[in-house]
Write a protein that binds this ligand. Structure first.
Ligand code: NDP
Ligand code: BG6
Length: 513
C-alpha cells in the first residue's frame, strides 16, 4: 500500500502527529492504539479480522503498544476468546520463525468485554478496561463494527458517548451492507452522522483491499501502453465476473434479505468498474481518487429490468454426492425468490465510455471460483490475416484479463504466428502470473484495510457520496424485481449458471470470457 503517504488528521479529536503511526521509532512509549472488534463472537471476526490483526502484528505493522478488545453480547472470558481465535491464526510461509511465540505474545494483548450494543454503560465499562491497558499513554481508538447493520447506529451512539478516545483519534470501520437501497442507505448515513463525522467513518469494501484491484490504477496510469487504448475507441466491452463454487453455507439467513445484487454487484463489482473507468485523479490523495470514482458512478445509467437476468441454484447430484439447493438451507425461508446469481448490462454515459457494454456476472454455487475483469478490444481494422480467422473473427481480438483471484494474474491475449514454414495463427497469452513473478504471499485484503484505517488513509474506503451514487444505479431495478416478484431462473449447483445470462450478453454482441 501507499502507507507512508497521506495521513488524515481532521477527526473530531486530533492526535499529535508524532503518534499518528507508531511503529516503535520514537514516541512509542507515549502512544498506543486500541482496537475493539464489535461482534467479536461472529463469523467475520474469527475468519478475517483477528487473523488480519495477527498478521499485521507479526509483520511489525502494529504500533509497539496496542490493545485488542473483543466486544459482543455473548459471555466469554479473555482466555476463552484467546482459545477461539488462536485456532485461526497462522504465520505466513515465508515468515514461519518464532510463530508460536508470536501467537502467544499477540494473544496476551487480546481481551474480551461482554456488553449490549445499545448500552452506553457497557461501553463505559469497556472504556475503563481500555484505559487500564492503555496505561496513561496517548490512546487512539479504532472500532470495527462486525455486526448486522441494524446495530450500527446503536453502537455508534453508545461507543462515541461511552468509549471515544480523549486524546488520540477515534475511527470506526463499518462493514457492508450499507443499507438495502438508496433510502435505507441514506438513513444509515444520517444515523451515523449524528454521532460520527464522515472523517471518522471507514466504510469497508474488502475488494478494494485486494492486490489486483489496487493494482488497476497502477496498471492504467503508470504504463503508456494501456491508457491510450482505454476508451470506447478501442474497447468493445468489459466484463466483471465473480463466481463462487459454494453456496450460502450457513449465511442464508443474512443472504436471503439481500441477494446477490446487493451482496456482490452493488459494492464489490461496481467498485472495480469505478476504478476501471475513472479518469486519472489529480493526485493519489484519497479525496482526489474518490472524486474521480464518484464522477464515473454518477455517469452510469440506472440499471433497467430488461438488462438483468437473475438465477437461483437448485440441488444437484454429481458423482453420487447431493449438493444442496439454496432452498435446502434451513435458514432460508420456504419458496424464497432471492437471487443467488445475476447478470447485468451497465453503461457509463460519458465521452470515454459511451455505448460500451459493461457486463457484470455474479453467482454462488457455480462451477468455479474466480473474480476477474476482462477487457475485450475491437477488431483490427482491415485485418490482413482475416482469412485465417474465417470461422470466427471475434476470436482474433485482443483481450486483457485481470484475474483478481484465485492465482492472481494479468494476461493479454494476442495473435501469434505458429512457428514453422506455413502461416498459421495462434492465440497466445502474454502472462504475468503473480506466483511466478513474486516470491511472496499476498496479504489478505483485511490486513491492508485495517492498516490503512490505523494510518488514517482513506483511499480504499467508500465515501458517502460514492455510496449514494452506487445505490442510485441499482435501486430502481431492485425495487422492480421485488414489486414484480420476478422468479429467478433455476440452475444446478456447480453449473455455469442460467442460460439467460448468455442471451443477455448476446443482446450486446458479447460472448462471456
Ligand atoms: P454474524 O451474524 O456472525 O454477527 C456477528 C455478531 O453480531 C454475532 O456473533 C452476534 O454476537 C451479533 N449478532 C448477530 N445477530 C444479532 C442480532 N440480531 N442482534 C444482536 N446481535 C446480533 O455476522 P458476521 O460475523 O458474519 O458478519 C459481520 C458483519 O460483516 C455483517 O454486517 C456482515 O454482513 C458483514 N460481512 C460478513 C462477511 C462474512 O463472510 N461473514 C463478509 C462480508 C461482510 P452476540 O450475540 O455475541 O452479541
Ligand atoms: C462478501 C459477501 O462480501 O464477499 C460474501 O458477503 C462473499 O457472500 C464474499 O462470499 C466473497 O469474498 P472473497 O474475498 O472470498 O471473494
Amino acid at each position: 500500500a501507499y502507507s507512508t503517504s497521506v495521513r488524515r488528521t481532521e477527526e473530531v479529536v486530533k492526535m499529535p502527529s508524532s503518534t499518528t503511526r507508531d511503529t516503535g521509532e520514537g514516541g512509542s512509549q507515549l502512544s498506543t492504539v486500541s482496537i475493539t472488534v464489535v461482534g467479536a463472537s461472529g463469523d467475520l471476526a474469527k475468519k478475517k479480522i483477528f487473523p488480519a490483526l495477527f498478521a499485521l502484528y507479526y509483520e511489525g505493522h502494529l504500533p509497539e503498544h496496542f490493545t485488542i478488545f473483543g466486544f459482543a453480547r455473548s459471555k466469554m472470558t479473555n482466555e476463552e476468546l484467546r482459545t477461539t481465535i488462536s485456532s485461526t491464526l497462522t504465520c505466513r510461509i515465508d515468515q514461519r520463525e518464532n510463530c508460536a511465540d508470536k501467537i502467544d505474545k499477540f494473544l496476551q494483548r487480546c481481551f474480551y468485554h461482554s456488553g449490549q450494543y445499545n448500552s452506553e454503560d457497557s461501553f463505559r465499562q469497556l472504556d475503563i478496561k481500555l484505559k487500564d491497558q492503555e496505561a496513561g499513554r496517548v490512546a487512539s481508538r479504532l472500532f470495527y463494527l462486525s455486526i448486522p447493520p441494524n446495530l450500527f447506529v446503536d453502537v455508534a451512539r453508545s461507543a462515541s458517548r461511552g468509549a471515544s478516545a480523549t486524546q488520540g483519534w477515534t475511527r470506526v470501520i463499518v462493514e457492508k451492507p450499507f443499507g438495502r437501497d438508496a433510502d435505507s442507505s441514506a438513513e444509515l448515513t444520517n444515523g451515523l452522522a449524528q454521532y460520527l463525522s464522515e472523517e471518522q467513518i471507514y466504510r469497508i469494501d474488502h475488494y478494494l483491499g485486494k492486490e489486483l484491484v489496487e493494482n488497476l490504477s497502477v496498471l492504467r496510469f503508470s504504463n503508456l501502453v494501456f491508457e491510450p487504448l482505454w476508451s470506447r475507441q478501442y474497447i468493445r466491452n468489459v466484463q466483471v465476473i465473480f463466481s463462487e463454487d459454494f453456496g450460502t453455507e450457513g449465511r442464508g439467513g443474512y443472504f436471503d434479505n439481500y441477494g446477490i445484487i446487493r451482496d456482490i454487484m452493488q459494492n464489490h463489482l461496481l467498485q472495480m468498474v469505478a476504478l476501471f473507468g475513472m479518469e486519472a485523479p489529480v493526485t493519489l490523495d484519497a479525496e482526489d481518487i474518490r472524486n474521480e470514482k464518484v464522477k464515473v458512478l454518477r455517469s452510469m445509467r440506472k440499471l433497467k429490468l430488461e438488462d438483468v437476468v437473475i438465477g437461483q441454484y437448485k440441488s444437484h447430484v454429481k458423482g453420487g454426492v447431493k449438493y444442496p439447493g439454496y432452498g435446502d438451507d434451513p435458514t432460508v425461508p420456504k419458496n424464497s425468490i432471492t437471487p443467488t446469481f445475476a447478470a447485468a448490462a451497465l453503461f457509463i454515459d460519458n465521452a470515454r465510455w459511451d455505448g460500451v457494454p459493461i457486463l457484470m456476472k455474479a453467482g454462488k454455487a457455480l462451477h468455479t471460483r474466480r473474480a476477474e475483469i476482462r477487457i475485450q478490444f475491437r477488431h483490427v481494422p482491415g485485418n490482413l490475416y482475416k482469412k485465417l480467422f474465417a470461422t470466427d473473427l471475434d476470436l482474433a481480438t485482443n483481450e486483457l484479463v485481470i484475474r483478481v483471484q484465485p492465482d492472481e494474474a494479468i494476461y493479454l491475449k494476442i495473435n501469434n504466428k505458429v512457428p514453422g514454414l506455413g502461416l498459421r495463427l495462434d492465440k497466445s497469452n502474454l502472462n504475468l502470473l503473480y506466483s511466478e513473478r513474486y516470491n511472496k504471499e499476498i496479504p489478505d485484503s483485511y490486513e491492508r484495510l485495517i492498516l490503512d484505517a490505523i494510518d488514517g488513509d482513506k483511499r480504499l474506503f467508500i465515501r458517502n457520496d460514492e455510496l449514494e451514487a452506487a445505490w442510485g444505479i441499482f435501486t430502481p431495478v431492485l425495487k422492480a424485481l421485488e414489486e414484480k416478484r420476478v422468479s429467478p431462473e433455476l440452475y444446478p449447483y456447480g453449473s455455469r449458471g442460467p442460460i439467460g445470462a448468455y442471451y443477455l450478453a448476446a443482446k450486446y454482441n458479447v460472448r462471456w470470457g
